[in-house]
Ligand binder design. Structure first.
Ligand code: MEZ
Length: 532
């Protein structure tokens, strides 16, 4: 239910609806996109970035808030814990209990390695659980991994590491099969074929979904599999520092019980970082679609131990975060809403962009509409544009919304808004970390032996912008691959004497660079008591 303030604008949206449904907005040219991004995309706001003074990416710029935690003190000193009698010993230590971590655990277990998951909240408290719209895979006759590659490579500004993107698209059909066999209930046509839709920047319909609960359905299945296999999961326990051995190879982690703050030591032959994203860093003050624990922990752990980052300066602002009501500010409004017919319109009821531009372009368009062009709707808590959801029922027929996007209906219905009848207000929300730790095609970091990474903590798979549905895909493809490779590698590893000497080395770098900070990292949880 919208108050009086919105009615004039809603009337304009309703009056233009029939015309807007059939309107085919032009695609932007490459030059128009470049100019738009340079002026309106948050990644291009130079004063929101700092140049790193220390570490493997010294001299490169990253978001100011990320620079602060990458260049912060460790939570411990090298003498805070004894490494002599580890509390846990395993072949493969997996840090993170989301989609990538659990997929890795299943494959490492399948390869008969001893495997253990440590997670700072509970298994499944992760961005995977919150993913809605779907997972891409080129498994229809009119499609191919090569076409999928071209779409994603272009969408990512031709910056993806080719070997990683190639693995992503080539392993995608098998990833869908694996998930199906584990029990994921993908949406199907009456004849049993998968329902597939478009996403922004896709030239073929290759988005597989479970309504708009795709991530929750995948996570449910992976979690069940981990539990069925009795894979040990240590929950409410965070990794706060990697442990290396005397040869500089990854060999475990220092853990902290989130409640008692007790420190524990896990020794391992190989380590997989699967800690997910960074939405709760609220870069540039943006709200986020991410889960509570998304604080870039893996980047901090890896960086302090000497692992390189790739594209850490690029973030994804999902074009359609909820802008109203305030209670759900920043929550994800899945791109699938546009895939199945809703268009973005401004306060005057005008369509201002093609609904399926890539996410960076769509986000920048919305920001321009609400700033320079002055065509945003005042939400009482900022600005937003309309996503004209009633179009969906007009195009797909009555019942389409309940059949395809029931979670969206439920999210707004709680606040008296029936998205079948009324449009909704949206504005970009911090959604995804495009950059992360630099890995090779075997998922091992390029400069620390036996340290593997999977999921959102990886940089370079998608280049500088990710297409919808390639994240649920990458957690499965790279999670599985990291699990298999870490298990295989563990067979030949002889762990040397454990050490935390990298902490001392990093402290010296902080002092030598003249960095003055009282911050410690990883951050682990957001702090909402000290907002700027
Ligand atoms: O890949 C994603 O980020 C995704 C599917 C999000 C969404 O809009 O549903």
């Amino acid at each position: 239910m919208y108050s009086e303030n919105f009615q004039k604008s809603i009337a304009a949206v309703e009056a233009a609806r029939e015309k807007n449904i059939t309107l085919e907005p032009e695609r932007m040219t490459a030059k128009q996109k470049e100019d738009l991004l340079a002026s309106f995309h948050p990644d291009y706001k130079q004063d929101e970035f700092d140049v790193l003074k220390i570490g493997p990416n010294k001299g490169e710029k990253v978001p100011t808030e990320l620079a602060e935690i990458l260049q912060a003190h460790s939570r411990i000193t090298k003498d805070s814990v004894s490494l002599e009698n580890p509390d846990y010993e395993t072949d493969v230590l997996i840090i993170g209990g989301g989609g990538a971590g659990t997929a890795a655990a299943i494959e490492a277990h399948e390869a008969r390695a001893d495997v253990m998951i440590v997670t700072k909240l509970r298994m499944g408290d992760a961005n995977t659980m919150m993913a809605e719209g779907g997972i891409q895979a080129a498994d229809k006759p009119n499609d191919s991994p090569a076409i999928h590659f071209v779409d994603a490579f272009g969408g990512g500004h031709f910056a993806a590491k080719r070997e990683l993107l190639s693995k992503l698209v080539c392993d995608a059909p098998e990833a869908i099969l694996w998930l199906s066999n584990l029990g994921v209930e993908f949406d199907k046509e009456a004849d049993g074929t998968m329902v597939t839709t478009h996403g922004g920047g896709t030239s073929r319909k290759r988005m597989h979904a479970a309504k708009d609960y795709s991530g929750a359905e995948i996570m449910r299945t992976l979690r069940d599999e981990v539990l069925n296999r009795n894979i040990p999961v240590v929950d409410f326990t965070s990794a706060i520092e990697l442990i290396l051995d005397e040869n500089g190879n990854a060999a475990g982690a220092v853990l902290m019980n989130m409640e008692t703050k007790e420190l524990l030591v896990a020794k391992a032959k190989t380590v997989i970082i699967a800690t997910g994203g960074a939405g709760r860093m609220h870069y540039q003050g943006f709200p986020t679609s991410n889960h509570y624990g998304a604080t870039a922990d893996g980047l901090v752990l890896g960086y302090r131990a000497g692992a390189k980052l790739l594209y850490a300066e690029t973030l994804q602002y999902h074009p359609t975060g909820a802008a109203y009501p305030e209670q759900i500010f920043g929550a994800l409004v899945t791109e699938k809403v546009r895939s199945i017919g809703a268009k973005l319109v401004n306060a005057k009821g005008e369509v201002f962009m093609h609904p399926l531009e890539t996410r960076d372009v769509a986000a920048a368009s919305i920001i321009r509409e609400c700033s320079e062009r002055g065509n945003g709707v005042d939400t009482g808590n900022g600005k937003g544009v309309w996503l004209d959801t009633p179009m969906i029922e007009k195009i797909g027929g009555e019942g389409t919304i309940m059949r395809r996007i029931p979670a969206m209906w439920r999210m707004f219905e709680k606040y008296g808004i029936d998205i079948r009848k009324e449009p909704i207000l949206v504005y970009p929300t911090l959604h995804y970390q495009n950059g992360g730790l630099d890995i090779d095609a075997n998922c091992m970091t390029t400069n620390i032996e036996n340290l593997f990474v999977a999921g959102e903590a990886v940089g370079g798979i998608h280049g500088k912008n990710r297409l919808m549905g390639n994240s649920l895909l990458d957690i499965i493809v790279f999670g599985r691959s990291a699990g298999k490779n870490a298990a295989a590698k563990a067979k030949d590893v002889k762990v040397g004497k454990l050490t935390l000497s990298h902490i001392e080395k990093f402290e010296k770098e902080i002092v030598d660079a003249g960095i003055v900070t009282d911050m410690t990292s990883p951050k682990l949880l957001p702090d909402y008591t000290r907002q700027k």
